[in-house]
Design a protein around this ligand. Structure first.
Ligand SMILES: [Zn+2]
Length: 290
């Protein structure tokens, strides 16, 4: 899967916009002549989706950026939950609070756009250095490495070399499977979908059933197979899909989904190999050194 530069944009807002925001904020502060006044600055985050796949009527439909305000001490209080499950909910609440346009439901954000907001917020709150556990792909050495979040770029989605048609009028894509030859219609996942898929995975874990994160996600993002939309038919097909088709669908889906590109430069302190590592969002992301 080729991800050329055409599909990439710098995630950070252009300087012109940043300057405008600063000026506006300064003006508001000067205007207050009495008392201690501080206006929390806002900024625009570039959306990997470029607003292309939101339904008509959604506040982000056709919008390339979303305005968020910076984190405050009060927001940080939201992040004090200890359990990981609660941490997921806490991050949702945090993003909801930071969105300037209150008509936007955090769960309606496309997964990649949500990630872009998270990264920008993290940079402003704790700086761009993200220290987390990493494994060298060359020698296997496990160490704490520092990644620079300013190097994260937006990947707006690139599927030119795959058997993918779209987007359709509904914002879906059609992937032609190589083995069965069936056309599979897929859609981009938002917060609601991701939560639903996660819940199924967790329930299976709780009931000691085999992990099925890949197929659970597929069942969530497949809209139809060869025109069939019946859920139980789709689920049955996914469970019995030839490996070749399953792999192709996964690669195609990852290619077309607009997201942040978390493959960041990495240099192993042990063997000095330089490479790029897919950096995971772990608890270190919003809870550095606590
Ligand atoms: Zn190494």
């Amino acid at each position: 899967m080729a991800r050329n530069n055409k599909g990439r944009t710098k995630r950070a807002a252009p300087p012109a916009e940043s300057t405008a925001i600063t000026a506006e904020t300064a003006g508001a502060q000067n205007a207050a002549s009495t008392g201690l006044s501080y206006v929390v600055p806002t900024e625009f985050v570039e959306l990997p989706s470029q607003g292309r796949y939101y339904p008509e009527g959604h506040a982000l439909s056709g919008q390339e950026v979303v305005e968020i305000r910076h984190m405050t001490a009060k927001d940080e209080d939201i992040l004090t939950s200890r359990s990981l499950l609660k941490k997921g909910l806490a991050i949702d609440r945090l993003i909801q609070n930071l969105l300037v346009d209150k008509t936007i439901d955090v769960n309606s954000l496309l997964v990649g756009d949500r990630n872009a907001i998270l990264i920008q917020t993290r940079i402003h709150a704790y700086g761009p250095d993200y220290i987390t556990r990493s494994i060298c792909p060359s020698c296997g050495d496990v160490s704490e490495s520092t990644f620079n979040l300013l190097e994260v770029e937006n990947d707006t989605g690139e599927w030119a070399d795959m058997n993918v048609d779209g987007p359709t009028e509904q914002g879906t894509f059609i992937v032609a499977l190589p083995k069965t030859g069936l056309p599979v219609e897929v859609r981009l996942m938002n917060g609601h979908d991701e939560k639903h898929a996660l819940k199924i995975i967790e329930n299976r874990k709780k009931n000691k059933l085999a992990e099925t994160s890949v197929t659970s996600q597929m069942k969530q993002y497949i809209v139809s197979i060869d025109g069939h939309t019946n859920r139980s038919e789709i689920n049955k097909f996914v469970d019995n899909m030839p490996t070749l088709d399953a792999q192709y669908l996964r690669v195609a889906y990852n290619a077309l989904v607009p997201n942040v590109d978390m493959a960041l430069p990495f240099r192993c302190a042990e063997c000095e190999t330089e490479s790029r590592l897919e950096v995971p969002f772990t608890a270190d992301f919003f809870w550095p050194n606590r």
